[in-house]
Design a protein around this ligand. Structure first.
Ligand code: SAM
Length: 279
């Protein structure tokens, strides 16, 4: 016997879209209805709810159950695709232009900070930390930290564990991390060693809410995150990043994202999807 599948009415789709936009800035046009349907079907099954109407009623509840499900909704609707050394051209510029300044700052005893904003399961901040340790080993004993943040608590525990499948390493860099990783109980996985893990602080953070820190960053990587926001939200976020960077600090965005330099005078273009504060 086939099970009855619940319909996602236009009103329920609109309610979910509005919530995703208000809570996380995610834009879900009508063309995304099938995507929303399939992602939320899993939530309905998990919660043993019969209809999207019931699900939307749960989302509206002003109690801990409703609040927990609003977090799960955002988690279900975000795209967490990521990989080690994604958009590797950023690391060429980073190595040539950014790292020397960081090393000099560390030599003087200044704090050196990088932010992976929208870090998903941690491959981006681990790539950053590993790259820094390999090319500037002196940072290991400096006041050097990587903040790795994401709105989705369900991805952050991967980063905290620092355990990844062997086959997630890019073919052309399969040995890159070899001195920074160790074996796990599962021969198909590896784990980053403590000296790398301790450099990265994983935190749950919604980029569209207040940021609970005052220190400024040498570089911010926010790649393939703003693409899910509308243009005013994207440009507002990039303006906020400008204020959160140290003078002459660096911003790296994803391949489909651009800082509008006509309106944002804080940055200059420094290469493909790479920006530097002008002052
Ligand atoms: C496609 S992944 C990008 C991961 C990594 N930066 C990369 O380029 O490989 C997008 C991440 O952005 C996060 N995200 C989406 N909206 C967010 C928001 N409002 N605040 C913080 N993170 C958000 C998602 O949870 C997801 O993990």
């Amino acid at each position: 016997m086939r099970t009855q599948r619940s319909e996602l009415s236009e009103a329920d789709f609109q309610a979910v879209s509005k919530l995703a936009y208000d809570e996380a800035g995610l834009v879900l046009p009508a063309s995304k209805k099938a995507f929303v349907y399939s992602r939320l079907q899993k939530r309905l099954r998990h919660l043993k709810l019969g209809t999207f109407e019931d699900y939307c009623a749960l989302l509206r509840q002003n109690d801990p159950d409703g609040e927990a499900e609003r977090i799960n909704l955002i988690s279900a609707l975000t795209t967490n695709v990521t990989q080690f050394f994604r958009e590797a051209h950023h690391f060429e510029l980073f190595g040539k232009e950014v790292l020397p300044g960081m090393v000099e700052a560390a030599r003087k005893g200044d704090p050196v900070r990088i932010w992976s904003a929208g870090c998903s399961a941690g491959q981006e901040p681990f790539t950053i930390a590993a790259y820094c340790l390999k090319h500037a080993p002196q940072l290991a004993t400096a006041d050097f930290r990587v903040l790795a943040s994401d709105i989705d608590p369900n991805v952050l525990h991967h980063g905290l564990a620092g355990v990844y499948p062997e086959d997630s390493l890019p073919d052309d860099r399969s040995d890159y991390f070899s001195d920074l990783i160790e074996a796990t109980e599962n021969p198909k996985d590896f784990r980053f060693k403590e000296n790398v893990k301790k450099l990265i602080a994983f935190r749950k953070l919604n980029l569209l809410r207040d940021w609970p820190f005052s220190g400024r960053f040498d570089a911010i990587f926010c790649r393939n995150v703003a693409i899910y926001f509308d243009l005013p939200t994207q440009q507002g976020l990039f303006e906020k990043f400008g204020k959160q960077l140290k003078p002459k600090g660096w911003l790296f965005v994803g391949h489909s994202e651009r800082v509008n330099l006509d309106t944002n005078k804080a940055f200059r273009s420094a290469g493909l999807t790479s920006y530097q504060r002008t002052e």
